[in-house]
Design a protein around this ligand. Structure first.
Ligand code: ADP
Length: 171
């Protein structure tokens, strides 16, 4: 059984993420989509909300499961007996950071590979932060995220307009 981890913040999951996860699920026997519990800047969705959305939108993929983890990705990957960490690569600016992380991880656990899948051209400009920015200013994001996420963004933002800030302190 060859297991791969797709780690990330997924705040929220986009069609760019979905594409990488779907392609990974063809290559590996089992894929664990792992939401990092490490704090990120201005999270819009709580860990629970992110996990719930991922579970729902990834339900058509029988060999994909969703989990969350705290601490180093490489430790989590080792704990789950993964042979690979799969990351998506978009523009050149992703490269430097990903290259550095892959080298650090290789140093920490030489038996776990980091693999990169090149983004699909039509998703190359999609990031969770761009989605949030567009949605906050009322722009259309329905062609960039799964329908459930579009709905959750609208709910979240209407709550925000009603006076509830993003109060997801846990990241
Ligand atoms: P992180 O904060 O760890 O980068 P993200 O949720 O932003 O978490 O991304 C998770 C993974 O998905 C990363 O490997 C990232 O490169 C990849 N990814 C995000 N958006 C896209 C996209 N549009 N196309 C391809 N890969 C993507």
């Amino acid at each position: 059984m060859r297991i791969a981890i797709c780690p990330g913040s997924f705040d929220p999951v986009t069609l760019g993420h979905m594409d990488i996860i779907a392609r990974t699920s063809v290559i590996f026997d089992q894929v664990i989509v792992a939401v990092s519990r490490n704090p990120i800047k201005n999270p819009m969705f709580s860990i629970q909300e992110r996990v719930e959305m991922l579970k729902e939108v990834l339900s058509p993929y029988p060999n994909v499961t969703v989990d969350s983890f705290e601490g180093l990705t490489i430790d989590y990957a080792a704990k789950r007996n993964a042979v690979a960490i799969v990351r998506g690569l978009r523009v050149i600016s992703d490269f430097e950071n990903e290259f550095r992380m892959a080298l650090v991880n290789k140093n920490l656990a030489c038996n776990i590979e980091t693999l990169f899948l090149m983004t699909r051209a039509e998703y190359s400009f999609i990031s969770s932060s761009a989605i949030k920015e567009v949605a906050i200013f009322g722009g259309p994001v329905e062609r960039l995220v799964p329908p459930l996420v579009n709905k959750r963004l609208k709910e979240k933002l209407s709550g925000r307009l009603a006076g509830n800030c993003f109060d997801n302190k846990e990241g």
